[in-house]
Design a binder for this molecule. Structure first.
Ligand code: P6P
Length: 335
């Protein structure tokens, strides 16, 4: 008889004692994210239906005012985290400023802050492409009991205590790390339970998939252009494939399993990246390194970057170790 896979709840409980601050607060936080993921998944999966019904007088299937799904996801993740009184602050792509969360007793004894991209790639919803939620967790650095401060959210990514994503795709999977490897949990929709489907996820040391929006090619640096031509078999017989979904979580998840590199270089006149450092690049970089890959801005390790603004953008190149190292060789010689 095949051994039944552990549920996410059992996994969290079994690993709680191994975590240095095993007060159970982090476990409660991951459990809150699990619940918010189920709520969001339920709504995202009806997106097509809701859109159709939404045309009938602008109401959705429950008769509520139809909300944009990314606003819906934002609301549900914030509500779930606030109601459980387990964080002292939340930052989100959908919120201009961070949200201070005071404990019910008015003091603020919680230790963690969470940064989220509630529904990354949401523009893909209406074409039925997978989208995802990305989350990043830090211990606060301001004094416990005092109001949370911006400095709590502007920590370098290497300070993260946990990070992960939920991908709402052909199946819904929650992938996360608390600094002891990467594990994936697939939702059984009938039982509304996440099961441990992907233990100890690791990037293959190399791969043959490169993910980049080649529509921006003319804006790339010489080194990045050289690497793309290298992938396209210039002077070689490498069987590379270009795979770009336009949904970070989906491209990253595929590359994590099959091997590959995801690139969003600096583009445009201000030569900024597109992705946000604090709630996209940092959690993805944390997972990358935990899965034995490399995540860089092209100039430095993503997790070493000192954020200065909550929504600042950064370039990101992440994935299989040998592929990123090859890219870095071109950047070193050509840029
Ligand atoms: P472009 C989605 O908007 C997103 O933030 C990522 O999920 C995705 O990888 C990227 O931007 C796509 O950007 O400019 O290629 O459409």
């Amino acid at each position: 008889m095949t051994k039944q896979k552990k549920t996410l709840g059992e996994f969290i409980f079994d690993n709680q004692s191994a975590f240095p601050y095993s007060t159970g607060e982090l476990s409660k936080l991951i459990n809150a994210i699990r619940l918010a993921a189920k709520i969001t998944n339920h709504e995202v999966n009806k997106a097509g239906l809701v859109d159709i019904l939404g045309d009938a007088g602008n109401t959705n299937i429950q008769g509520e005012n139809q909300q944009k799904l990314d606003v819906y996801a934002n609301t549900k993740f914030i509500q779930t985290l606030v109601q459980r009184g387990i964080v002292c602050g939340i930052a989100s792509e959908e919120e201009d400023d961070f949200i201070a969360v005071n404990s019910h007793d008015g003091k603020n004894n919680n230790s963690y802050v969470v940064l989220i991209d509630p529904l990354d790639g949401s523009s893909n919803i209406d074409v039925n492409v997978s989208v995802g939620t990305i989350f990043s967790i830090y211990r606060r650095i301001s004094p416990v009991g005092k109001p949370v401060e911006m400095s709590d959210f502007l920590q370098p990514g290497k300070n993260q205590v946990a990070a992960g994503y939920i991908m709402y795709g052909t199946s819904t999977i929650l992938v996360y790390s608390t600094g002891r490897g990467v594990n994936g949990f697939t939702l059984n929709p009938a039982l509304r339970t996440f099961y441990h489907s992907h233990p100890n996820m690791q990037f293959p040391e190399t791969g043959s998939i490169y993910s980049v929006n080649e529509g921006n090619y003319i804006h790339f640096s010489k080194g990045v252009k050289k690497y793309i031509k290298y992938c396209q078999m210039e002077g070689g017989d490498r069987p590379y494939a270009s795979r770009y979904i336009g949904s970070l979580v989906s491209d990253f998840h595929r590359n994590l399993i099959k091997g590959g590199i995801y690139m969003y270089p600096r583009i445009g006149p201000e030569q900024k990246g597109k992705l946000r450092l604090t709630y996209e690049c940092n959690p993805i970089a944390f997972l990358t390194e935990q899965a034995n890959g490399i995540a860089t801005t092209g100039a430095e390790r993503i997790l070493d970057v000192q954020p200065t603004e909550l929504h600042q953008r950064e370039a990101i190149f992440c994935g299989s170790r040998k592929m990123v190292e090859q890219l870095m060789e071109f950047i070193a010689t050509e840029d």
